[in-house]
Every structure is written in C-alpha cells, then in structure tokens.
Design a binder for this molecule. Structure first.
Ligand code: ZN
Length: 332
C-alpha cells in the first residue's frame, strides 16, 4: 500500500550526503547489472549449430575470456577465433568435450558429419590451447592432476591447472567458478596414457579413472549466474543446488539424447528444476540448423518447443549478450 508522502522533514547536510551516496550506489548497481556477458559459439560451421558443436566463449564485462569444452570444432590452438583465452573449462574428459581430435578447418565436412581428422592425442585440444594461450584450466573432481601432468609434459605451467571441487569455488579474472554434479561417466581413453600401461588397458577394455564428470556454475562480475550442464542426466542437484543455492538465470543445456538428457528430459530440467530466464541449447549430435534456421524435425526443435523459456540456438560465430537477469539483450 502506498503511504502519503511526509513533507514536514527538513533536510540536514548529513541527510543530503546520505541521499547522494544512496543515489550513487543505486547508479553503480544499475551500471553493473546493465553490463552484459558475451557468449560466442565456436562451432564447426559459420552461422550453423552442428553435430560436434560444444565450444562456447564467455566474455565477462571486465574482459576475462573463458572457453567452455573446446571439443573438436575449434581448429586447434591456431584457430583465429580464439583470441585471448584466460580460462579453459572441461566438464569431463570424453573426446568430444576435451578434444581428442579437431577439425582441419572451420566449414570442413558437413554439419551432420563434420571433419575431425586432426588428432590431438595424447594431449587433447584443450591442453594444446592452454599451452599456446597460457590459460588456466579449471576443473573439478580428480581431473586437475591429469591436466597438470599434460601441461608439464608440453612445456606449460602445471600450476595453471586449478581445482574447483563440488561445493567449493575459485575466482579467476573476477569470475567465480564452481563445479556441480553431472550424472554421466568420465573414463579416460588409454591413448592419453600410452605406453605398455595404455596398451594393456586398451586390450582389457578399461578406461583410466579421473573421478566424476561435472557441470559448472559461473558467476560473472555483472551478477549473471550461468549453469553449464556438461553431459548429464536429470539430477536432484539441478533444483537443490543449481536453482535453490546458486540461482542460475542462464543455462547451457545438453539435449542431444543417447549420451545426455534428450529434448524432453532437458526441457523438464529447464521447466521444473532450474527455471532460468533463458537457455542455450548444446550437444545436438546432429545438424541442428540448416542455413542458420532450426531444422524441422530436429532435436533442437523438439527441445525449443518443449521449453517454457526462450531457447537460444548457438550459431557459430554469432555473439549473444546476456544481462544479469539472464535475458538476451543482443544477438539472439
Ligand atoms: Zn561425455
């Protein structure tokens, strides 16, 4: 209920100072929340959303650039689209996320079956990019020692491999990075190990243990909180932790089915568990678009139709901007 305005109070100098400081604080808060986080997909085909696309660059308003799951669509460390990379995130060590191989060039192959003919074994695309760019690699679970060893073996600094285990977080370049549960698997291909041990493991059909796979929650300097699902099924933590504790407003949701939540399961996560303001589809494992438009009958289309909040399709090279509330303000 509105109260009638009191006009009998006289303003003292102290009151004026307090009022001015409050106004300044409000203006600063407004200017920070009005800043946007830029999200640029580095997919396999310019202007499309294709089968192997996972990589996204997040750019904080303060200029910090974070590369999420470089996978196979980034054309190696020399890919000119990368620019400066301060932090690399790897949700888990499956080849399509960490990059056991990569495309020989952007737009090589087809959207449904991209070229990924350049091997990155035994390093991974992520490690090669980290060494070239002197990036930090922030991972959870048991993955940091693996990345530290790979960095050291390739002339990088093992101290650049940083741990953020479940429930903890690290702040790098003004962005707070936490890891959260992902229900998936995280076997390390024995080809990363090599030698007699790698061969024996391969012959026996067993993978290396690098702990649990993860998702991420990022808090950017403008206040935007983003949940990166990684490869996962439906988890209770999506409501309990990602929504109730972290209050994520933008989600990058894997929805390709078979290996992760399919369109219906992913839409349930969005509509009932996390309830963000908007979502970016990821991990289609098929051509999601044709000529830049969502392909009829695709899983991307099914997910977009089932989601109650706007689904933004990550078209490679097209930068989207999100405000603190998770609303797309440009490029969507
Ligand atoms: Zn996986």
């Amino acid at each position: 209920m509105l109260q009638p305005r009191q006009s009998t109070l006289k303003e003292s100098p102290g009151m004026i100072r307090t009022t001015c400081m409050a106004a300044l604080g409000a203006a600063l808060a407004f200017s920070v929340s009005a800043q946007t986080v830029k999200v640029t997909p580095l997919g396999g085909f310019d202007g499309e959303f294709c089968a192997q696309d996972r990589a996204l660059i997040f750019e904080d308003p303060n200029g910090t650039r974070i590369l999420y799951d470089p996978g196979r669509s980034v054309a190696g460390a020399a890919d000119p689209r990368l620019g400066k990379i301060d932090v690399i995130l790897a949700s888990h060590l499956h080849g399509d996320h960490v990059g056991n191989a990569h495309t020989k060039a952007v737009n090589a192959g087809t959207c449904a079956s991209p070229d990924m003919s350049v091997s990155d074994m035994p390093n991974s695309n992520a490690v090669n990019i980290a060494v070239a760019k002197k990036s930090k690699i922030v991972t959870g679970s048991e993955m940091p020692p693996f990345f530290a060893a790979k960095l050291k073996a390739n002339g990088g600094d093992p101290a650049n491999s940083i741990l953020a285990r479940f429930g903890g977080s690290v702040t790098v370049g003004g962005v707070r990075i936490a890891t959260v549960t992902a229900m998936h698997s995280n076997g390390l291909d024995p080809d990363y190990i090599g030698g007699d041990l790698g061969k024996a493991m391969k012959d026996a059909g067993i993978a290396g243990d690098v702990g649990l796979p993860t998702g991420y929650v990022l808090r950017f300097s403008n206040g935007l909180v983003v949940y990166l699902s990684g490869d996962t099924g439906i988890t209770a933590d999506q409501e309990f932790t990602v929504r109730n504790h972290y209050n994520a407003k933008l989600v990058v949701m894997n929805m390709g089915d078979g290996f992760t939540t399919g369109p219906a399961e992913a839409a349930y996560v969005i509509n009932e568990l996390v309830k963000p303001a908007s979502v970016i589809a990821s991990h289609a494992n098929e051509a999601g678009t044709e000529n830049g438009k969502v392909r009829a009958g695709s899983k991307t289309e099914a997910f977009a139709k089932a989601s109650k909040v706007p689904v933004h399709v990550p078209l490679s090279g097209k930068t989207m901007e999100f405000d603190a509330g998770g609303k797309c303000t440009a490029g969507c």
